[in-house]
Design a protein around this ligand. Structure first.
Ligand SMILES: Cc1ncc(COP(=O)(O)O)c(C=O)c1O
Length: 404
């Protein structure tokens, strides 16, 4: 008789966004006349940029001709894309990253969930609290997190680093030294970030205690302040302690197109074992590449036209972010984020829990957001709104919230 991976049974409840979807579906069914505005899930609404569409069309045509047809992509991704990444995302920021340290993938969700495979099951992980749920859940599936305390909503073998208004959403070094540290900056869900010098302290800390940082930079394109690092490799010593994850979902609207990459520097070694070699082995065995047409679309994001068009797209969402932030502040809410990230993190009014506020907002304003407690215990009493809606919906939602 076969046995299952019982770690899956340890996972509590359903995924946060499935719960929200079910609640919204039930509300819409009971109130078919109500126009629900969704500012919950972090999905984009603007169409792909013209430069990207053009590249996709061209690549599709190439696939239709024998001379230019492509089959399986190279293991690490096409060189044209990896070179464009190095030339545009790293060189201008003074980061010495080689194309053979870049692994093209189908997005940051899978990479952020899969990267833990490289590490021993006894390793202790540290996560910010609140946190993007994938980091913890993927470690639960591998049996790295101990037992779950449903009362507290925490795992016995996970080190939680609370990020709240009290510490300005800046994680503090944990008392117990972790082996693997997940950092997502700018942060989902809080929409806040840390300065480059604060990040440097984390890099120094990781090198000192012998930890690896898994650095999720999915929202890097939204950084507007000059003292914030766009890549962890802007910090000295990061190549010996950090893996960086990037995504085209939020900077280029590729949530349905699927493209991302992970950087594993050659200098990142455990003893004399190269993690770059391990990830190459893993990639070669378990992944067959992002589609050629999608990698061409990714390349187009770096063309002069592509860059200009995406800058506009990011500005569109950040205009929403500013409007939400200002509007909520004017209405008396305590609001964070929205300056270097497309998320607004607000304090729920009075003593309302995150889910109470969710229900209230859905019932009375017909607006969907995300309860902060869904991201971890320190998210209780907070609520996330995304700036990824349309301008019109953002203004309409704001108006309804103001009237509450
Ligand atoms: C922090 C973070 N990392 C990764 C992802 C997933 O990115 P991708 O669409 O590239 O899988 C998201 C998506 O919401 C995210 O918020």
């Amino acid at each position: 008789m076969y046995k299952i991976n019982t770690n899956y049974q340890k996972l509590p409840g359903s995924y946060l966004f499935s719960t929200i979807a079910k609640k919204v579906a039930a509300f819409s069914e009971a109130n078919p006349d109500k126009n629900v505005i969704r500012l919950g899930i972090g999905d984009v609404t603007q169409p792909l940029a013209p430069a990207v569409i053009e590249a996709l069309h061209q690549a599709v045509d190439e696939m239709g001709k024998a001379e230019t047809f492509r089959g399986y992509a190279p293991d690490l991704g096409y060189e044209f894309l990896r070179n464009a990444i190095v030339e545009n995302d790293y060189k201008p920021r003074g980061c010495d990253i080689g194309a053979d340290e870049v692994f093209v993938s189908d997005g940051a969700k899978s990479d952020s969930a899969n990267i833990q495979e490289l590490f021993d099951v006894e390793n202790k992980i540290a996560v910010c609290d609140p946190v993007y749920p994938v980091y913890v859940d993927s470690n639960v599936m591998s049996g790295r997190t101990g037992t779950y305390d449903p009362q507290k909503g925490t795992w016995s073998d996970v080190i939680y680093m609370p990020c709240t208004m009290e510490n300005g959403f800046v994680p503090e070094f944990p008392k117990e030294a972790p082996d693997m540290i997940y950092l997502c900056l700018p942060n989902n869900p809080t929409g806040t970030t840390i300065t480059k010098s604060q990040l440097q302290e984390w890099v120094d800390y990781a090198n000192r205690v012998g930890a690896v940082i898994i650095y999720d930079a999915a929202y890097e394109a939204y950084i507007s302040e000059s003292d914030v690092a766009h890549s962890i490799y802007e910090c000295e010593g990061a190549k010996t302690c950090a893996i960086e994850l990037k995504s085209y979902s939020k900077n280029a609207g590729f949530t349905g197109v699927r493209l991302g990459y992970t950087v594993v520097p050659k200098e990142l070694k455990c003893g004399d074992v190269s993690l770059n070699g391990m990830w190459a082995r893993r990639h070669g065995t378990k992944f067959n590449g992002a589609p050629y047409i999608v990698q061409r679309a990714g390349e187009a994001t770096y063309s002069p036209e592509g860059k200009a068009q995406l800058k506009e797209q990011v500005a569109y969402y950040m205009k929403n972010a500013s409007a939400i932030k200002q509007g909520l502040q004017d209405a008396g809410y305590t609001v964070f984020g929205g300056v270097n990230a497309p998320y607004i993190w607000l304090k729920t009014p009075g003593s309302m829990t995150s889910w109470e506020f969710f229900d209230d907002l859905l019932e009375r304003a017909n607006v969907v957001g995300t309860p902060g407690s869904g991201f971890g215990p320190s998210g209780e009493g907070y609520f996330r709104l995304t700036a990824f809606g349309t301008w019109e919906n953002t203004l309409a939602a704001l108006e309804r919230i103001r009237k509450l």
